[in-house]
Design a protein around this ligand. Structure first.
Ligand SMILES: CC(C)(COP(=O)(O)OP(=O)(O)OC[C@H]1O[C@@H](n2cnc3c(N)ncnc32)[C@H](O)[C@@H]1OP(=O)(O)O)[C@@H](O)C(=O)NCCC(=O)NCCSC(=O)C[C@H](O)C(=O)O
Ligand SMILES: [Mg+2]
Length: 290
């Protein structure tokens, strides 16, 4: 079971040293260091070197360090994979994945490195279960911009145009036991819009939200972390069920609702998640004081 939190996953262009440095002090759970769409072609080679150097300096604490390389059929992809396989990062994220053969190809270029897949092509949605089941794969990041582009969709509030794709990826991720991070919300100054989309992603079951600006981090962390009310209810459910079991019963009642084994499993998962977030926050505070 995955316990590391992924409430917030911030993209940072590999070509921006100041932003790469700023990330060392941001309260993000994961950093998506980008060599792909946020970096222009003339900057690609220099960005790869800049990023390798910044990763080598360290200072990113407990944050997951995931590098999005260029697709393997581009002129930069294979060199990115070779450089980042040797770099001090936690995983490589492959864009424009079509099927599990793409993951095989990256796994051969970066043996032993955990891999993630951008789910952003129509083919990837049809192949979601096979991609998620790849032994090297640890997580999905939804690429809702590319998906909308390929579909020719005009995506509005509530994203009904993308629901089939979002849910298919989530089901595939859950069936394989890997992480699923929702797509970005482009209007980075629209707090209400971001809040609504994070709430939707959280309700659906995503682990967190991919982000493009530091101003989006606190909203995602707040919504994807368990609330004080959820934690308090989980504790009461566990206690009530233990009491019922001690009396030889398989069902407890809390706040007028039944609590069975499966609800206790969910309650325990909430407490485990809350503990992982506390540990992450403590590590961030410790490294901030270094
Ligand atoms: C959107 C931006 C271009 C805005 O940048 P900027 O104008 O510099 O913003 P601010 O002046 O408000 O910045 C304030 C400070 O914050 C730092 N900053 C800004 N963005 C980031 C960031 N992403 N990570 C870390 N730090 C950041 C600035 O350096 C300022 O710091 P300081 O100077 O110390 O005050 C910019 O936010 C940006 O480039 N965002 C990332 C865009 C990106 O990565 N796009 C690609 C990923 S999205 C995608 O590809 C989706 C997917 O594939 C799909 O298909 O859907
Ligand atoms: Mg994309």
């Amino acid at each position: 079971m995955q316990t590391r939190p992924y409430r917030s996953a911030l993209y940072i262009p590999g070509s921006r040293p100041r932003a790469l440095d700023k990330a060392r002090s941001l309260a993000v759970d994961a950093i998506l260091f980008d060599l792909e769409d946020a970096v222009t072609p003339p900057e690609k080679t220099a960005a790869r070197a800049t990023l390798a150097e910044e990763l080598g300096k360290g200072g990113y604490g407990a944050r997951a360090r995931i590098v999005r390389i260029n697709a393997l059929d581009t002129e930069w992809g294979e060199a990115d994979a070779a450089a980042m396989a040797a770099a001090d990062c936690d995983a490589l994220l492959l864009p424009k994945v079509q099927g599990p053969a793409d993951i095989d190809r990256l796994a051969a270029l970066a043996p032993g490195k955990p891999l993630w897949a951008m789910m952003e092509t129509p083919a990837s949605i049809f192949n979601a279960a096979a991609i998620a089941a790849h032994p090297a794969l640890e997580g999905f990041v939804l690429g809702t911009n590319d998906l909308a582009k390929d579909l020719g969709a005009r995506v509005g509030p509530g994203r009904p145009e993308l629901q089939m794709a979002l849910q298919t990826c989530l089901m595939a991720a859950r069936a394989a036991g890997i992480v699923a991070i929702d797509g970005v919300f482009n209007a980075f100054k629209d707090e209400d819009g971001l809040t609504a989309e994070c709430q939707q992603g959280r309700d659906m079951g995503f682990d967190g939200k991919s982000l493009v600006h530091p101003a989006q981090v606190a909203i995602a962390n707040g919504i994807f972390g368990p609330s004080a009310e959820e934690i308090e209810l989980a504790e009461r459910q566990i206690a009530a069920f233990a009491e019922a079991e001690a009396e030889g019963q398989g069902v407890a009642v809390v706040d007028g609702k039944i609590v069975e084994n499966l609800h206790v499993a969910t309650a325990r998962a909430i407490l485990t998640r809350a503990e992982a977030i506390r540990a992450m926050d403590a590590a961030a505070n410790t490294s901030a004081g270094d």
